[in-house]
Design a protein around this ligand. Structure first.
Ligand SMILES: Nc1ncnc2c1ncn2[C@@H]1O[C@H](COP(=O)(O)OP(=O)(O)OP(=O)(O)O)[C@@H](O)[C@H]1O
Ligand SMILES: [Mg+2]
Length: 195
């Protein structure tokens, strides 16, 4: 597969490194049953069926939405960096790259619904904190901790939690920066607790 070098992204902090990498040229996926999930100032996000499974497609126009495309390239590099966590704490990345030279696309496995409206019990809080620390251990600061970016699969004791949306993430060795994000997450999950 042809690779093109992506531009660098990320924070300018000294111990933080810009993510970088290569972006594949891909064929536009043949998605069915596309349903818009969100289209704000960032990528357009759809739920769809692809190759027999539910997926999420994030996409944007490379030429007219350059900064959004950079975020999606950044997100693709972070998915690669967190490869060992895919399917466990973050969705599996199925496809990422530039399709037909015009659209940046990123397809992940659909893993559930966001926790925005949910009350989180103690075990949910612990599972979410575990997912965050696994991400931090691999040197990734999420950068956009919000209930909309935490997705829940199943309920009760079978519940699993995934972080999504790594568009604003960066690589870092700065423990204080990671700790600050952990503390933000802890206050968020406490504020969403049923207690
Ligand atoms: N793999 C996934 N499985 C299930 N839902 C997902 C997945 N990826 C994203 N979503 C849902 O789609 C929403 C939008 O995705 P994401 O946050 O990655 O896009 P975004 O362009 O950054 O949007 P926003 O600006 O709203 O944060 C998420 O809040 C989440 O609810
Ligand atoms: Mg988001």
């Amino acid at each position: 597969m042809t690779k093109v070098k992506s531009t660098s992204l990320g924070s300018s902090r000294s111990k933080s490194s810009k993510t970088s990498g290569t972006v594949d040229r891909v064929t536009l996926p043949d998605l069915e049953e596309m349903e818009l999930i969100s289209h704000g100032e960032r990528a357009q996000t759809y739920k769809a069926r692809w190759q027999g499974r539910d997926v999420v497609l994030k996409k944007c126009d490379v030429w007219n939405e350059g900064s959004v495309a950079e975020e999606l390239k950044n997100e693709a590099s972070v998915y690669q960096k967190l490869q060992t966590l895919q399917g466990r704490y973050i969705p599996k990345l199925l496809l990422a790259g530039v399709a037909d030279g015009v659209e940046m696309v990123l397809v992940t496995e659909f893993v559930g619904t966001d926790v925005n409206q949910d009350l989180l019990d103690d075990s949910a809080q612990v599972k979410i904190q575990e997912a965050m620390s696994a991400i931090h251990e691999l040197g990734v600061l999420h950068g956009d901790i919000r209930p909309e970016n935490i997705v829940m699969q199943n309920h009760g004791s079978n519940a699993k939690f995934y972080f999504v949306d790594f568009g604003l993430s960066h690589f870092t060795e700065d423990k204080a920066e990671l700790l600050e994000e952990t503390e933000n997450l802890n206050s968020l999950v406490r504020s969403m607790s049923s207690a």
